[in-house]
Design a protein around this ligand. Structure first.
Ligand SMILES: *[C@@H]1O[C@H](CO)[C@@H](O)[C@H](O)[C@H]1NC(C)=O
Length: 271
């Protein structure tokens, strides 16, 4: 039996800029007179490709969540072996076409915690912006992703949200517009049954599976948030990690759970 898993990161070999996100999702729209973004903390991580004697270009490769004015939460495999000098962050934009070059923010530091690239254990990383992020939103407005409290369980009956600029189908390309969809967190036991023992969360792994009705995360969505509500407040419950394919009915994707890492995160980001 040969099953291969892929991780939801966009390969540098894909050169087309034509692209599409989240399987079965819908575009994220702004609401109200202020045009305030629904997910102001959503980050598009982009890699710069330098071509001699031509303008360099930028390619979305992963999502992320802004946690405070300097730190972005993402998946470990997104940043593994990446050169920090070639990574840029675009924060709070649904539409990635015609981004003002000044809004492409440089980063200067990556932090991992015992990430295992082979097994994708501890698939979590933090990325520091070179300069503090200054939002154009009114200051009373909260534009950071909120971390859950330690031990908070995702409600199994209510759906959680996934958002991303990733592909709309397996092996598809990332796209320029943010989409959102709903998935349900399932038990690790059920996940093992659906996904098989090898790829489902193992004992002690800080991961969880979530399943949608044809809605799923896909390539390019890695590192983005799994957003779950508690008492009406959105929390960054998980991070998009990996899956076997995208959007197949009954095949869940795997997310890193942020809760067990809260202490490490707070230590690194200094909150
Ligand atoms: C994104 O922005 C481009 C350029 O400003 C525009 O042509 C396009 O319609 C926008 N896409 C959406 C879905 O609003």
């Amino acid at each position: 039996m040969l099953i291969y898993s892929f991780i939801f990161v966009v390969s540098a070999l894909q050169t087309s800029t034509e692209s599409i996100p989240i399987v079965g999702g819908k575009p994220v729209t702004r609401s109200g007179n202020w045009g305030i973004p629904k997910y102001p903390y959503m980050v598009s991580l982009q890699e710069e490709f330098i071509i001699p004697e031509r303008e360099s270009y930028f390619k979305h490769f992963c999502g992320g969540t802004l946690l405070n004015e300097k730190w972005i939460l993402t998946a470990g495999h997104c940043l593994w072996r990446k050169n920090v000098n070639t990574i840029f962050a675009i924060i709070g934009h649904e539409n990635l076409t015609n981004i003002n070059p000044l809004e492409r923010l440089a980063v200067d530091k990556i932090e991992f915690i015992s990430f295992q690239p082979g097994s994708l254990q501890n698939d979590i990383a933090l990325l520091r912006l070179k300069h503090p992020y200054r939002s154009s939103l009114p200051p009373q407005f909260n534009f950071y992703g909120k971390l859950p409290h330690y031990g908070m369980k995702a409600y199994r009956k209510d759906p959680c949200k996934i958002i991303g600029f990733g592909a709309k189908h397996h092996a598809g390309l990332s796209q320029d517009y943010l989409e959102e969809a709903e998935v349900y967190v399932i038990s690790n036991k059920k996940c093992r049954h659906l996904l098989g023992y090898v790829w489902a969360p193992q004992k002690g792994a800080n991961t969880v599976c979530a399943l949608g009705y044809g809605q799923d995360t896909c390539q390019g969505d890695s590192g983005g948030p799994l957003i779950c509500k508690y008492d009406g407040i959105d929390y960054i419950y998980g991070i998009v990690s990996h899956g076997l394919t995208c959007g197949l009915i009954g095949i869940p994707s795997v997310y890193t759970v942020t809760g067990p890492y809260i202490e490490w995160i707070r230590l690194v980001i200094g909150d």
